[in-house]
Design a protein around this ligand. Structure first.
Ligand code: ATP
Length: 319
């Protein structure tokens, strides 16, 4: 293989730049040329290509976002879009592709692989919801951002004896909410995967109030409830003065943690090594602290499951 491409796709995640840097520099060390594709599959269909060398990825390991930009692209969902993408890559003499992104992006990778292009995906999403890997690039940074924010909210909650409902990202998965809630000692954690009931939530807060606890942190994943609605319901049912904080996109930005930089560096290098060894149709993943290749088919066929025992542990410890 003499020329490969790299792209970032879907929601941005801190550490994507570190992954791009690793892909480029590992490939250069193999004597392989690297083409960057801007704006993910959207840019692929518009042939937004730029050659990347060692210098192109200088001074980016610590930066959030992605120098290659990212996008979503409905056209690529259709077979015609995928065929056009393949033609663009072939037209540039690109023999392999590394793509950093979440579940949807990995489906896009699988589509190109099934058309005959060697592809390796890298898990990059703050949701940490991908099957086949114990970690995704960006999760650790987003988690630390959320924990820092909730700690700050806790200070003012305590000072004013208020209850705060804090909404964190996670439309379909509660990994971020659960990990942040456990780390912050949240009184209540609501995630999409575990059924919950507002009466039970309020009963728990009332029990705390009977013990003199007027300040509470309720962490809710955006897919479990709207924080604004939940806050109003809590205040009405319990009489606790309740405020709402929505962390929103602040969780996506910022300098990646050392954990995410190192994960991205290792997975980026592993992705190139897989391609060079003739292994593709894979996601470069981490299992038991070791980089492994997991078939894209098995990653996209299922979702990573939340550990309910962790939710139960958080409940016991916050009682
Ligand atoms: P995040 O988890 O942060 O949302 P993601 O990679 O899952 O990231 P998506 O918007 O789901 O983000 O997917 C990114 C892009 O991947 C889509 O806009 C589309 O171009 C492509 N894609 C998604 N699903 C498929 C599919 N089934 N087949 C081909 N391409 C797909």
């Amino acid at each position: 293989m003499r020329r490969i491409a790299v792209m970032t796709s879907g929601g941005d995640a801190p550490g994507m730049n570190a992954a791009v840097r690793a892909v480029v520099r590992r490939a250069v060390a193999f004597g392989v040329e690297v083409i960057g594709i801007r704006r993910g599959f959207y840019g692929l269909l518009r042939e937004e290509f730029e050659p990347l060398g060692t210098e192109s990825v200088h001074d980016i390991i610590h930066r959030g976002g992605t120098i290659l930009l990212t996008a979503r692209c409905a056209e690529f969902l259709a077979p015609q879009g995928q065929a056009a993408g393949l033609a663009s890559l072939r037209g540039r003499g690109i023999e392999g592709l590394v793509c950093v992104g979440g579940d949807g992006s990995l489906r896009g990778c699988a589509a190109l692989e099934s058309l005959g292009l060697p592809v390796v995906g890298i898990p990059g999403t703050i949701d940490n919801d991908l099957a086949g890997t114990e970690a995704t690039i960006g999760f650790d940074t987003a988690l630390n951002t959320a924990v820092d924010a909730v700690d700050r909210v806790r200070d003012t909650a305590t000072a004013h004896e208020r209850t705060f409902v804090v909404e964190v990202m996670g439309r379909h998965s509660g990994f971020l909410a659960l990990a942040a809630g456990l780390a912050c000692g949240a009184e209540t954690i609501l995630v999409p995967e575990i059924p919950w009931n507002v009466d039970v939530v309020c009963r728990g807060l009332r029990r705390g109030l009977e013990r003199g606890l007027r300040q509470n942190i309720v962490i809710v994943a955006e897919g479990a409830a709207r924080a604004v609605d939940l806050g109003a319901q809590i205040e009405q049912a319990t009489g606790l003065e309740t405020r709402v904080t929505i962390l929103g996109h602040v969780q996506r930005g910022g300098s990646p943690t050392a954990v995410d930089r190192n994960l991205a560096s290792q997975l980026g290098a592993a992705a190139v090594e897989f391609l060079m060894e003739g292994h593709h149709g894979l996601m470069a993943a981490v299992q038991g602290n070791v980089q492994v290749g997991v078939p894209l088919r098995s990653v996209t066929a299922s979702r990573r499951h939340l550990d309910p025992s962790l939710h139960e542990l958080a409940r016991i410890l916050s009682a």
